[in-house]
Design a protein around this ligand. Structure first.
Ligand code: FAD
Length: 484
């Protein structure tokens, strides 16, 4: 029997993997390959934290395949050349992959599909990454959605996502064996200076890690998700985002695991926790929907009025302070330090740090988007663009521009004991909780007792919150009037 190639991309799992399932049907021999070709993603080639994750995730997938007697073949791009060579080497006459939705990847895949079909191959793409692919959800008039609630309602009216297939228990290699690939270390995914070691303690990339995260969340987080999800000091959210991004687990698996858990617990319908959690998974679907229908979304404001926004002239000082978590605003700095240390930041804090950058510092949202792109282990073109345009007020279903988060009030509300701030800014841990979100307002006696000298141990705010808020609103009025 001739072999089929399974081209792994961001679907780094064996269970619920339709490309793999289709390729090995009838115990057909398969050639599993990963092609490293970041340049094909243009300006949005993965950042350093994503590369670290990818390295670990490929190692995990290779281990799972090895247990079934197959080696993952690693090759370098260009993708078409790598696949063509592999077809020549193995005599494969079919290629399967799971679809991705970034504009550059869609264009590349279309070309590859056409080229391979011209060469006489059987080529099939499948859906592993979404509950509802972007073109399948349409408004009554056949258009795309720009608001989340009607989008999600439309998704919920559709059929339940199909139950995920289990991982195959056996896989066959081609009779002549598998060709050599390149060693994983040669892909250059790990940084030369090993700053990435700090990430190791926080994550277990790979499908086993993803499943363990999901199981832990179902046990400890799901029931109270609706209440706990906004509290960054609590481990109340699933932290599945990087696993979902790399396809180590798919949303169908998450969806059905939630349903099974509710059934086991005797819940007749979705609990408030489950409803809220699945809606967040729905935001991920919405992000892909928006990106698919608006390919310029990562770079340009969806609302064109914002392309004339009068951003502040910055010599890099403000941006640098924000990136390093040295703005003097504890809730912001804690978030930026969490990001730097772990490659992840709590959603509430992403909104607070983003708001400070875009509104108070009045720096372009694209600068924040880029920093997140390089430092997040879950950096995802669709969700990151949606998040930043939401914060900036320029995107689909975005926060209204005049909603400027006050990081002190946000801290007092969502981190009332200052626990999150103390965790990431230990120099503030000695202050009583009520002063941790605004140390510059703490009485001298409290600062003294905590051994904290402002400017020396921790900066004063780089920006006046009240004045900068007013300036942001004035700037917004300007673009509003200009486009009236
Ligand atoms: C400025 C900004 C940038 C962001 N950048 C990214 C990004 O690059 N990658 C990314 O995956 N998410 C991004 N998000 C969305 C969100 O912050 C993360 O998905 C979430 O914090 C991940 O943590 P979790 O897995 O514990 O989420 P949970 O609360 O457990 O949610 C479950 C899953 O739902 C999805 N999800 C949750 N919230 C959102 C959302 N608002 N938008 C899209 N999907 C969501 C994620 O896949 C997540 O894993 C961004 C949000 C903002 C405000």
């Amino acid at each position: 029997m001739t072999a089929a190639i399974v081209w792994f991309r961001r679907d780094l799992r064996l269970a619920d993997n339709p490309a793999l399932q289709a390729a090995c049907a009838g115990n057909r021999p398969i050639v599993p390959v990963y092609v490293h070709a970041p340049e094909e993603l243009g300006a949005w080639a993965p950042g350093a934290a994503s590369d670290w994750w990818l390295h670990q995730s490929l190692a995990a997938l290779a281990g799972e395949l090895r247990e079934l007697g197959l080696d993952l073949v690693l090759r370098r791009g260009p993708s078409l050349q790598a696949l063509t060579r592999l077809i020549r080497e193995t005599g494969a006459d079919a290629v399967h992959w799971n679809r991705l939705y970034e504009p550059a990847i869609i264009a590349r895949d279309r070309e590859i599909k056409a080229e391979l079909r011209r060469a006489g191959l059987e080529v099939h793409s499948h859906n592993a990454a979404l509950l509802h692919e972007p073109w399948t959800v349409q408004t009554g008039t056949g258009g795309d959605y720009r608001a989340f609630t009607p989008f999600w309602k439309a998704c919920r009216r559709r059929e339940e996502p199909p139950a995920p297939a289990p991982a195959p228990t056996q896989l066959a290699a081609p009779a002549g064996g598998l060709p050599e690939g390149e060693p994983l270390d040669a892909m250059g995914l790990l940084p030369a200076i090993r700053w990435d070691r700090k990430l190791e303690g926080h994550w277990q990339p790979g499908s086993a890690g993803a499943e363990a995260r999901l199981a832990a969340f179902l046990d400890d987080g799901l029931a109270s998700y609706d209440e706990g999800r906004d509290l960054p000091a609590q481990p109340a959210t699933s932290r599945l985002s990087p696993h979902l991004h790399f396809g180590e687990i798919g949303p169908r698996q998450v969806w059905h695991a939630v349903q099974r858990r509710l059934a086991r617990d005797g819940a007749g319908s979705l609990t408030a926790g489950a409803e809220a959690f699945l809606a967040e998974v729905g935001w991920r679907e919405f992000a892909y929907h928006v990106l698919f229908h608006h390919p310029g979304f990562p770079d340009e404001p969806l609302n064109p009025r914002f392309s004339r926004f009068p951003w502040r002239e910055d010599d890099g000082r403000l941006r640098h302070a924000w990136e390093r978590g040295e703005t003097g605003l504890p809730m912001v700095d804690a978030g930026m330090r969490e990001l730097w240390a772990t490659g992840w930041m709590h959603n509430r804090v992403r909104m607070v740090t983003g708001s400070l950058l875009v509104k108070n510092l009045r720096l372009p949202w694209q600068q924040g988007e880029r920093w997140f792109w390089d430092t997040l282990v879950d950096a995802d073109l669709a969700s990151n663009s949606l998040g930043w345009q939401w914060v900036a007020g320029s995107g689909a279903d975005a926060a209204p521009y005049f909603r400027v988060f006050n990081p002190v009030r946000q801290g007092e509300r969502f981190d009332p004991d200052g626990e999150y701030v103390a965790r990431w800014i230990p120099e503030l841990a000695g202050l009583p909780a009520q002063h941790r979100h605004a140390p510059w307002q703490a009485p001298a006696s409290a600062l003294r007792a905590a051994g904290l000298r402002l400017d020396e141990h921790y900066p004063r705010p780089v920006v006046d919150l009240k004045r900068s808020r007013e300036e942001a609103l004035e700037a917004f009025q300007l673009i509003k009037q200009a486009s009236a």
